[in-house]
Design a protein. Structure first.
Lengths: 491, 491
């Protein structure tokens, strides 16, 4: 796949001097339109052979476009600052907002490529990384990111020649180092591994664009034009029709679902509750001070019917914990920084460090609950969310983050009683709004959404705990017991 | 100062049951008004004796107020996740936005208190910490934060009794640990150190409120009422008059200032420039690969007249660096998350990790440049900013962050020529806006602001480099040379 990038492409100076100013002006104009409309974010990945001009291209883009609306990223998916977050955290962290351009010279491709070439991972492991990358890029594309991937190529001969030229002059000799020469010796291994990766990750939404790196003028015009065309096309295309139909889904024809199997009639005596609560909180506290607790982290997601008692249950958990060990993240309206990025971004940004717990009061599941029911996203958007969420949680679990997910269910009658009680109590007043009454009218839609959610996202690694919450004491004990057992198992 | 918190305050159940619901309702109402108006942020610090109810108060606040608009923080000013940032970074990170409440149980007071009690620092060092805290809190108050500091007190006898009670029951015994007993033995030392700290940090804007912790009902009502009153008062008070006059300032009566001493007429030959540029870039690159480079970090701030060539100079720096080593942060309009916090917050959040460089294209100095000249903030705001900025940079330098600050100056004629050239070149068009022409009309105001800025913020640790930039080649070489020399010295 590198053949056409070894043809010795060249552009003469006259043509370059003529075309360059026009291209720059057009590129800037497109960038400004992008900034002004905030239509989508652009991610540009620069990969390729050392000496083929990755660094020069990076500088070129910063000179040609307005760097105030761009960021340059050279992250490797490792580092101390992860402090327990999954490797992809650094890339999520660096995702550009709508209207902005992010250039990555070190990207999610760097580590798998290097590790495979150095023989630190086998092809099977590499293919797992490739799968992860494909899912990430698919998600980015679905969320509206324009993803441009350039591979700058040089033949082995051209690479050698380039290094020699750079070394000859004292002013450029610092640009070649021992690693470069070492990698030149491993050229064939690099090329075959790169080819494998590039083939597997060239998709319709984000194909690799292989560019011959030998002639600077050819390289500049080629890359500049490709970026211009892609941004231009996306700016000019009409907004995507929303509500695209997803494939068929199964609905249980006997109308029996997970929620129907719940026994909401159980109750517990208050004195028994008090004793059990204290015992479970004690166990939880001891587990959180376990010497291996610092080797893992915990993510809890609380979802449930309105008025099911999420807040009260969360407080019974935090009461047992040292305040240094947890964060509670309530999910309300997103900030503008969050709105301008894929919906999972706000959850990635709050992932706990090692030895800490993040409790989400409502979570990424809002995508398949309220956003689905209220039609805030299209059917294909929430349908793909199940897979995206499973991928997200799999990355957490793989990285020694214990994932605990609760659905607190109450009956429709119990909800009505609680709504009325809230209206009657001055300091509970704020907990009940017109929105709650409106949501209640969509009870059945939510029920379907919850059943689908549990069915599609209860995995071995991150199972749902569905809790009968008509009796709030029982519900709190279940919440604590589930957490204690999950921690017990993990420690 | 703890006498009135050892009187055995108590509230009986009847009175509590009567007053509690009213207080909760009023507190929630105030919180909702705060959320709705986004008027100011609230920081609540809970300090005090172990067993006096810090944890319980934290839970209480989360139960009484709406936790979706609050955060709980228990940060200590140490930790792996600092990766080279100054200790205060964690607190800056956790500062609440307007309209939100942040409760800190571990705060900027924790470390100095503990370190002094354990004899790890002397009183002189403690007093340095106290000075830093006073300046931080002054800045928060000036920026509009409502800061409430509660100290929960127990006499030695009461503390001992409390621990025994907790240990007696298996359901609460986990709440007392070995450290608690150890600290009880050190009670007197803790008390005298705390008294010293509390006295020194009780200011008009943020006095310590000492609360007797023995009786839960007394404690709850006292703290709840104090929070309610403070928030209520701030909500009800009329907006502060802006433009308060600061104290007198000196203006040089001979009208000779730093900028006048610059010789803008120097030039350099292009060929000489090319050679020197390559040499300096080579030196910079080698320094950035120095084995001790990973032990420090670098912050560069670029300021200058419009069209002075900041962008071009920055590119000459980044060209010499591995893209993994730097970030360029352009300072444009703040996001809503940034706008809702003190103006230095956006700079704190982008501080580099160890072994990395953050280049700010425009910086925190905008506060005393454009915000001063355009009247975006009051005179007292920008006058206090000099001190706040010096504090900020001192923290960086103390933490092995090399701070390099550039002012690029061109003449008024040169600026006119560059503006016209920009208008005439299609791909430079975007660089010139009506705003530039408007700023130009305020040339003399900016000149005064720059002179004041250099005079007040050029410190030994973080000096200004004022650069004659009429010749852009010379300017770029100066920029690089300054950076190379600063790194040379630091390494």
């Amino acid at each position: 796949m590198f053949e056409s990038a070894e043809l010795g492409h060249e552009i003469d100076k006259d043509r370059y001097d003529k075309e360059e100013p026009e291209l720059r002006a057009a590129l800037l104009k497109a960038q400004y339109e992008l900034v002004k409309t905030d239509k989508f974010p652009v991610v540009i990945i620069l990969g390729g052979v050392d000496g083929a001009g990755k660094g020069d291209t990076l500088n070129l883009l910063n000179a040609w476009m307005d760097p105030r609306h761009m960021s340059t990223n050279a992250l490797r998916p490792v580092g101390d600052d992860l402090v327990g977050r999954p490797p992809m955290w650094r890339f999520w962290h660096a995702l550009p907002a709508n209207g902005r351009v992010a250039v990555f010279v070190g990207s999610w491709y760097s580590r798998p490529l290097i590790d495979r070439v150095y023989g630190e991972i086998k092809t099977a492991k590499l293919d797992q990384h490739i799968d992860e990358i494909l899912r990430l890029e698919q998600m980015l594309a679905d969320e509206g990111t324009l993803l441009l991937k350039f591979w700058l190529h040089l033949s082995k001969k051209a690479q050698k020649k380039r290094f020699k030229e750079l070394e000859e002059h004292s002013s450029t000799s610092w640009r070649v180092n021992a690693t470069d020469w070492k990698h030149l010796e491993m050229y064939d291994k690099f090329q075959s591994t790169a080819e494998h990766i590039l083939r597997a990750t060239s998709t319709a939404e984000a194909p690799w664009l292989v560019v011959e790196g030998g002639d600077e003028r050819y390289r500049n015009l080629t890359i500049g034009r490709a970026i211009l065309d892609s941004i231009r096309r996306r700016l000019d295309e009409p907004a995507k029709p929303r509500g695209v139909r997803a494939a068929a889904r199964l609905t249980p024809i006997d109308d029996v679902s997970v929620l129907d199997r719940l026994d909401l009639s159980q109750t517990i005596d208050k004195e028994v509750y008090k004793d059990e609560l204290a015992e479970l909180q004690g166990r939880l506290n001891r587990l959180s001070r376990h010497k291996r607790f610092d080797k893992l982290s915990v993510v809890c997601a609380f979802e449930g019917s309105d008025a099911a008692g999420k807040g009260g249950a969360i407080r019974r958990v935090t009461q047992a914990l040292d305040a240094r060990k947890y964060d509670v993240i309530p999910i309300a309206a997103p900030t503008d920084e969050e709105k301008a990025r894929p919906y999972l971004w706000r959850f990635w940004r709050n992932l706990p460090e090692r030895g800490r717990m993040t409790i989400y009061d409502r979570s990424w599941y809002e995508r398949v609950l309220v956003e689905r029911v209220e039609g805030y996203c299209s059917e294909s958007d929430w349908m793909r969310a199940y897979g995206e969420i499973n991928d997200f949680e799999a990355q957490l679990v793989k990285n020694k983050i214990v994932v605990v997910k609760y659905w607190l269910q109450i009956s429709k009658d119990e909800q009505l009683a609680r709504f009325k009680a809230r209206e009657a109590t001055p300091f509970k007043n704020h907990k009940i709004t017109q929105e709650d009454w409106r949501n209640r009218e969509k009870w059945d839609d939510y029920r379907t959404a919850v059943n689908d959610m549990v069915e599609r996202t209860s995995t071995n690694e991150a199972p749902w705990t569905v809790i009968a919450a008509n009796d709030k004491y029982l519900a709190r004990l279940s919440v604590l017991r589930t957490l204690v057992e999950a921690l017990d198992k993990a420690l």
